[in-house]
Ligand binder design. Structure first.
Ligand code: BES
Ligand code: ZN
Length: 614
């Protein structure tokens, strides 16, 4: 009996558990679907199991086989984004708990699949070949295969995929053979147990280039040179993670640079991180996303949240380790600086949801709630701040870092919830440092941190050494609206600024009252912000302009939100354009015209953002 709380699965995880999943798929780029079968290795958890209920979403199941014999199955009514429960009735009940058995489901995906985006050749760099990629986190694995789609279930998987174009997956590549008709069958194995949301696939005109002893970067040939250059720090990040935590578990760490509609910055698919092409800034200024995804190799992938209600344990810990890694490489001031950016993102998310919103809790209640609707910076940054606060309270990195490593060792290949996390924090501190440190822990109001809404109860007071120059410049612009002295500004103001400093400067400006258009005009003329390539800087600049309804930026915003589909940028920009003077029709028209470009998950959320759908 597992007896855990899991509001986001329809499968009977309290009765059976999957240990291995084998996928056999044929890709059709004509019909935009996958067809084939899935074989689940299951084990009964209680006596007398007589059915297996699996999560599915828009799957067409044609046959169920139990230990070689046909089994009856019914597809239950769809329950919103949770999908339809597939109930397979076993011909005879399994007497004893702990019995292993196999279930095979023949099926295909359908055009409503939310886990995969299919791209026409015209939507790719090369324009010649189609492309597909998946995104399963949080609850879209059920749209890829019938499964127990809960992070509490950790399984190994293998796959044979037949395709006319190169296939890559979140697993080790074990072989390829010719299948005739210009098709090949690519084989994969993931030998470390993972939750279903880490199953991933992409296929297209892909080439790979080695960028480190255990890393290859994959992408369309048109971008391979810039990708290989941008990600040369990869091995250093992994090695620093190993220094902080435990040996890297997954054998390979490859990167896949996706087409521009990829809705996230990065996705930590094991053995093969997926990243947005907006990281290709040409100056390595966006590679902290890679450090983040690498940090997931331990936090999330090895130690996995038990359910989406404890998502903060995946992301908060990962941000914490990400900043440890980049901090070790570039110094503590750098860690403080990125934490300042995180704080600002946290404030924006809390304001967007409202200070009293249950979505602003670290440990959430997701009964009847689609985890995609709760996605925000809160689990990331409130989670980071809790860990950062604990580190400070117990006596700094010397005390905290050994705990961080022990946490990974304790929960490796397992799942963890908020209570278990806290219990082990206390256990470790007590047995390693004694009552003195436990007393310090007791000064923290965990209930408020974990279950309270709104901003964290403690102000972190990050060191502003690297931010001061940005704040000073922002103050000068703020004052200029009265004294109108524009001669004091020149391109030199920002000529030594890193991309991060430009971001912090612009973020500070967005916190102030909107600037008059003449000042925005001057700022752009001097600092050339409209033409900056770093996507985060571009985003913050466009945000600042939209807040002031500065109409000259509108065409640039339209360009930015239609040439890439990363939700971090497109959602706030659509919302702001929609709210800006003379912007609402433009926002809706732009979206409608480019609807096909967006990933299905992004499309759904943008539609809510600009009032097209409830
Ligand atoms: N695991 C997330 C992406 C994710 C979360 C996808 C929840 C679907 C549901 C990934 O590791 C991530 O956090 N990406 C961030 C980048 C990071 C540097 C904060 C992103 O996409 O912006
Ligand atoms: Zn993450």
């Amino acid at each position: 009996m597992c007896g855990i709380r899991e509001p986001n699965t329809l499968s009977n995880i309290d009765q059976v558990k999957t240990t291995h999943l084998h996928l056999d798929w044929t890709i059709s780029f004509e019909k935009n679907l996958l067809s084939g079968h899935a074989i689940l290795d299951l084990i009964s958890l209680v006596d007398g199991v007589d059915k297996v209920v699996l999560d599915t979403s828009f799957l067409e199941v044609t046959k169920a086989t139990f230990d070689g014999k046909d089994a009856k199955f019914t597809m239950g009514e769809r329950q919103g984004t949770f999908g339809s429960p597939l109930t397979v009735t076993l011909p005879n009940a399994i007497e004893k708990a702990g019995t292993s058995f196999k279930l095979r489901l023949d099926y295909s995906t359908t055009e409503k699949c939310t886990a995969i985006q299919y791209l026409k050749p015209s939507q790719t760099e090369g324009k010649k070949h189609p492309y597909l990629f998946s995104q399963c986190e949080p609850i879209h694995a059920r749209a890829l295969a019938p499964c127990q789609d809960s992070p509490s279930i950790k399984l190994t998987y293998s796959a044979d995929v037949t395709s006319p174009l190169q296939v890559v997956m979140s697993a080790l590549h074990t072989g390829v053979k010719d299948s005739g008709n210009g098709q090949k069958t690519y084989s994969f194995e993931q030998r470390t147990t993972i939750p279903s949301y880490l199953i991933a696939i992409a296929a297209g005109n892909l080439v790979g280039r080695e960028i480190g002893p255990r890393s290859t970067v994959w992408c369309e040939p048109e971008v391979i040179d810039s990708a290989a250059w941008e990600f040369t720090d990869t091995e250093k990040f992994i090695a620093t993670g190993e220094e902080l935590l435990t040996p890297y578990e997954w054998g390979r760490y490859d990167l896949l640079v996706l087409p521009p509609s990829f809705p996230y910055g990065g996705m930590e698919n094991p053995c093969l991180t997926f990243v947005t092409p907006t990281l290709l800034a040409g100056d390595k200024s966006a590679v902290d996303v890679v450090a983040h995804e690498i940090a997931h190799s331990w936090m999330g992938n090895l130690v996995t949240t038990e359910s989406w209600e404890h998502f903060w344990l995946n992301e908060g810990w990962t941000v914490f380790v990400e900043r440890k890694i980049t901090g070790r490489m570039h110094g503590e001031a750098e860690r403080q600086f990125s934490s300042i950016i995180g704080w600002k993102a946290l404030k924006e998310s809390v304001e967007l949801f409202g200070h009293d919103s249950p979505a602003t809790r670290l440990n959430t209640d997701l009964t009847g709630i689609d985890p995609d609707d709760y996605f925000s910076s809160i689990p990331y940054e409130k989670g980071f701040n809790l860990l950062y606060h604990i580190e400070k309270v117990v006596g700094g990195p010397k005390i905290f870092e050994p705990y961080m490593k022990a946490h990974v060792e304790k929960f490796a290949s397992k799942t963890v919830n908020t209570e278990q996390w806290k219990a082990y924090l206390y256990e470790f501190m007590e047995k390693t440092y004694g009552q003195e440190v436990v007393d310090k822990l007791n000064t923290i109001d965990f209930e408020l941190w974990l279950r309270g809404t709104g901003m964290p109860p403690v102000d972190p007071q990050f060191d502003t050494t690297l931010a001061d120059a940005c704040y000073k410049l922002a103050d000068k612009w703020d004052k200029a609206r009265e004294d109108k002295d524009l001669k004091q500004f020149s391109p030199i103001d920002v000529s030594t600024f890193t991309a991060t400093q430009k971001i912090v400067f612009l973020e500070r400006m967005t916190d102030m009252d909107s600037l008059p258009h003449a000042l925005l005009n001057k700022m752009d003329e001097l600092y050339q912000l409209t033409t900056v390539r770093n996507a985060d800087v571009r985003f913050r600049w466009q945000q600042l302009c939209l807040q002031a309804s500065y109409e000259r930026i509108y065409p640039e915003v339209v360009k930015f939100v239609t040439e890439q589909g990363r939700m971090k940028f497109v959602r706030p920009l659509y919302r702001l354009l929609y709210k800006a003077k003379n912007g609402s029709d433009l926002a809706r028209d732009t979206y409608m015209k480019h609807r096909d470009f967006y990933h299905p998950i992004a499309g759904q959320l943008i539609e809510k953002d600009i009032g097209i759908k409830q």
